[in-house]
Design a protein around this ligand. Structure first.
Ligand code: PDD
Length: 288
């Protein structure tokens, strides 16, 4: 059966989708997106994703038709594709207009959403942990907007791949290591969980938000500060990255230097377990 895609107000087989080469998403990266995890046929933390989507749209002044109900379309899309576990990718661009940098008037946004297959990291991958390299953060200064402009993230991730690492951690001069190319970064230093504060210099992940709430419930000491490169390489007993797809993934080596004893540490495990229990026990996964 062909995959069903939501495109500009309609559900259709993916082969029927046609997008103009004058779409501003294509020419300017002028749009925003969300990646939503689906478990047991439900969109995990949908409410939080839709709030972030609204913030991104507002920040770029992209107006969507009032009748467009993202929650409803996500549920219908999951059902139409019998998606049990996987991801839903959702993208809104400013729309189609003759190429000009200024924002066109009376343009209709292009909205697309479709399911993507995804394999959760296995417990073996969790135990083995992942590796990362540190690279310069070459992104713009509004990383809090989940915009389509991902070239700096893609370049960084490709550097990681070529170095045989899973993630590229982004280092901003004078500040420190802010996050990963497609994940948020946490470290444990002297028993305290450290992660960058929400600011225009990071994409505040939904997984990050939930973990901060869990850390507070578990009374894990917390500092929201950008970790310096020196601290990360020399003082961190534990480090991990988070995103919707990977949930919590331990980092066991950074720039070739072993983190702690080279295995997932106790606070990482405690938070990963708490996150898993939250999902296993939630009555309404959309509302977590
Ligand atoms: N990326 N930071 C960046 C730069 C990201 O691109 C992402 C997610 C995150 C984690 O956010 P969340 O916990 O909401 O998934 C942090 C998505 C998955 C992507 O671009 O594919």
């Amino acid at each position: 059966m062909s995959q069903i895609v939501f495109f500009n107000g309609e559900f259709m087989p993916r082969e029927n989708v046609q997008i103009s080469f004058e779409d501003r998403g294509f020419q300017f990266g002028d749009g925003v997106y969300e990646v939503i995890k689906c478990e047991n046929g439900q969109a995990l933390a949908l409410n939080r994703h839709l709030r972030r989507l609204k913030r991104s749209l507002d920040a770029l002044e992209i107006q969507i038709p009032s009748e467009l109900d993202f929650a409803h379309l996500t549920r219908r899309l999951i059902k139409a594709n019998s998606l049990h576990d996987g991801l839903v990718y959702m993208q809104v661009t400013r729309g189609v207009a003759p190429r000009a940098h200024t924002f066109p008037e009376n343009v209709k946004p292009t909205v697309i959403a479709y399911p993507m297959p995804w394999n959760n990291p296995t417990s073996v991958q969790f135990k083995q942990g992942a590796t990362a390299i540190i690279v310069p953060d070459e992104r713009w200064l509004r990383c809090d907007i989940k915009s389509l402009n991902l070239i700096a993230n893609a370049v960084a991730k490709e550097k990681a791949r070529r170095a045989g690492a899973t993630e590229a951690l982004l280092y901003r001069e004078g500040l420190g290591v802010v996050e990963g190319s497609s994940s948020n970064l946490f470290a444990v230093i002297d028993g305290t969980l450290v992660t960058a504060p929400a600011s225009p210099l990071i994409l505040s992940g939904i997984t990050r938000e939930i973990l901060l709430e869990l850390a507070s419930e578990l009374s894990i000491p917390l500092r929201t500060e950008v970790v310096s490169r020196h601290e990360l390489l020399h003082d961190a007993q534990e480090a991990f990255i988070t995103s919707r797809g990977i949930a919590v993934l331990p980092l066991v080596a950074i720039d070739g230097k072993i983190v702690g004893d080279g295995t997932p540490g106790p606070i990482t495990q405690q938070l990963a377990n708490a996150y898993k229990s939250l999902i296993d026990e939630a009555e309404n996964l959309e509302a977590i």
